[in-house]
Design a protein around this ligand. Sequence first.
Ligand code: SAH
Length: 343
Amino acid sequence: MKKIKSMSYEELEEYIVSHGEKRFRAKQVFEWLHKGVRSFDEMRNLPAALREKLKTDADPEVIETETVQISKKDGTRKYLFRLSDGQMVESVLMKYEYGNTICISTQAGCRMGCAFCASCKGGLIRNLTAGEILDQVLAVSADIGRRVDNVVVMGVGEPFDNYEELKSFIRLIHDSRGFNMSWRSITVSTCGLVPYIKRFAEDFPQVTLAVSLHAPNEKIRNELMPVNRKYDYSKLLSACREYVRITNKRITFEYILIEGKNDSVKQAAELAERLKGILCHINLIPFNGVEGKSFAAAKRRAAEEFRDVLKKNGFEATIRRELGSDIDGACGQLRSRKNQSQN
Ligand code: SAH
């Protein structure tokens, strides 16, 4: 079956024409797919014969909603989606003053092995296709009855470990004939796969890049993030400096504050020293408890002191507001709980 939602407009045209159909049919199919219809039968302006042909030859890459949890505190909606082969992925919709933001997944599982993260339990199962990544946005838009305003690629998986599908997804969601999302409304977060940082800067200079740093130095980053043994801290920071040079854009650094591990004022000063001269925003993230991990969140006071040291050093730094804390907020929690209950 041809994965039809993952196709670019041009690929879809080629596909439709190769079936002896008129070119404008591709436009119709593309528009229906990107409006989020769930079957070829709903594509009402297509001739019945074409709909039948598509049913036997093309996969619309539709994901099924397994559960939706809605936070009573802040309205955050957490979705568990089932892919066509039974794999589960998660998306979260958060409401902010400036619109709503969806956090989406790019892989079922993850092979990066970060010590604090629930997504890597069980390793990487498989990459998502561009169509499956896109369908999370379409399914949530349909559920809430309005457009999703922003996308952050910060759900389960390492987006740069699935770079080609990520690239197709970003081009698809930006396509003005489809969802038409602006570059600026998209953020991609990486744990630091260095070679892709430059590629991303060149491919998508207007999309925001977030880099998960989580440590003030080599030693602590090695302990928390195995990826650091392959692409070390200084290589990562050089790539970040290059990113800013190429794109002229601010980079976002994410830094989880873990009590007694990376949250002292001394470590804040060390971090400030290392990041000197990089145009950036530092997003301090309260650690979200994960079953089976012994880490604890930094105290509010420690987080504020950490932020203040960064600010005093001229950095823009904020503590991320916690949303959805009553509904399995952190990455991969819902999916891993579901897997456990199935075992
Ligand atoms: N693989 C990518 C994107 C997915 S994770 C990356 O590493 O950036 C998105 C963010 O959530 C990352 O900064 C990640 O480190 C963070 N995260 C993972 N587990 C967390 C937890 N238990 N509490 C708080 N943040 C967490």
